[in-house]
Design a protein around this ligand. Structure first.
Ligand SMILES: *Cc1c(COP(=O)(O)O)cnc(C)c1O
Length: 375
């Protein structure tokens, strides 16, 4: 069994993907061009924002957004403690200070109360300028932007939506990556919409930021790439990846997103009544199920279940083993609010196989091991 079955996906999409790759090879145009332009147009339309700028990966996408906002030394950027390292790494990379915020136990996403608490304490200390919040759409589920926006507005902060895991999610009629002042995503192969290498994208309605980011991701270009007016980076989506993504986006829209939601619903029904908590998706929220993560009653129970799954050759992952504040490099960062929910979940969570091509037999097998282990 695969944790995320990219081989099966390729078998299903093979004719179209092979054709798309062949076309790029024959044209021998490997950087930019019409494939990238057309993909950006389709992505912007799907997400419902004015601008989409593709780039090298989801980490660069976040960093480019912070660079466009001029975030740097002396600035505080609030980041959930429970996320992939990149969400906090980019803050430190531009010289700013990441301030870690706790999450909500039932959604795994940033807690608006903890954000408020941390912001108040940073203001009271008077050392850092409050600049932005990076809200992460963890495991496919959008964060609670109505509440986050309230806190962010109170403290005059911008919202950067890290939608690396959240592409395809929604709240009401609005799609993920459109909730932040800038939204970003990743096309790393295992993400909800993945390519066959690294890739990322930035979304915004703001013309000035879009223009800046287009410049920043191509060596700070002015009129062209040999006219350099600022320090940027080299971060572009390859034409091959764009061609592959166009095929994958079509499948994603037409059936993959529905299929993965069906699989999630099946788990949620089958796991009912067992001694574990299932992921909660509140009314009007829609997840793209980057992960299906359950919460066991304690660390022993979690570790025992992972061992049993492994014995039956079923892959499972611990996302995440430690909070950002427990990462070696951030060990000495000042903490401005309690991070106890993150601490607890790091001990108790387990992510099980989920993807659009998982079969009912596979899901039955996963659930039977969970049932047998939890008793
Ligand atoms: C994967 C991921 C990233 C980084 O994306 P890359 O394309 O791997 O650079 C950033 N944030 C989160 C939450 C992620 O899961």
């Amino acid at each position: 069994m695969e944790f995320r079955d990219l081989k099966q996906q390729y078998q299903n999409l093979k004719p179209d993907i092979d054709e798309a790759i062949k076309k790029v090879m024959e044209k021998a145009n490997f950087i930019s061009g019409s494939e990238v332009k057309e993909l950006e147009r389709q992505l912007a339309e799907y997400v419902g924002v004015k601008h989409c700028i593709t780039c090298g990966n989801g980490t660069d996408a976040l960093q480019l957004a912070l660079m466009a906002w001029g975030v740097g030394p002396g600035d505080a950027v609030f980041v959930p403690d429970f996320t992939f390292f990149a969400s906090a790494e980019v803050v430190a990379a531009v010289g700013a200070t990441p301030v870690f915020v706790d999450i909500l136990e039932d959604t795994f996403n940033i807690s608006p109360e903890s954000l408020e608490d941390a912001a108040r304490n940073v203001v009271a200390e008077g050392k850092l300028k409050l600049k932005a919040v990076i809200a992460v759409d963890l495991f496919g589920l959008p964060a609670d932007y109505a509440k986050i926006r309230k806190v962010a507005s109170n403290y005059n902060m911008l919202i950067l939506e890290d939608g690396a895991q959240g592409f395809g999610g929604a709240i009401g009629g609005r799609k993920a990556c459109s909730f932040g002042d800038i939204g970003t995503t990743s096309f790393f192969p295992a993400k909800p919409l993945g390519c066959y290498g690294d890739g990322g994208a930035i979304f915004t309605d703001n013309d000035d930021w879009a223009g800046l980011i287009r410049s920043l991701c191509i060596h700070g270009k002015g009129e062209d790439k040999y006219d350099n007016i600022r320090i940027g980076m080299n971060s572009r989506l390859d034409t091959l990846q764009a061609a592959i993504l166009r095929v994958k986006l079509k499948a994603f829209r037409e059936y993959e997103l529905d299929a993965v939601n069906q699989a999630a619903q099946i788990y949620t029904e089958m796991l009912c009544g067992l001694d574990c908590r299932r992921p909660l998706v509140a009314d009007t929220f829609f997840s793209s199920w980057a992960q299906y993560t359950i919460i066991l009653k304690n660390e022993n129970s979690r570790n025992e279940l992972q061992c049993e799954l492994k014995r039956k050759q079923i892959p499972s992952m611990i996302y995440y083993k430690r909070g950002m504040n427990k990462q070696e490099i951030f060990r000495n960062k000042k903490v401005y609010t309690t991070l106890s929910i993150t601490q607890k979940l790091c001990e108790n969570v387990l992510s099980v196989p989920i993807h659009p091509y998982i079969t009912l037999e596979e899901q039955n097998k996963v659930v039977s091991v969970i049932k047998a282990t939890l008793g």
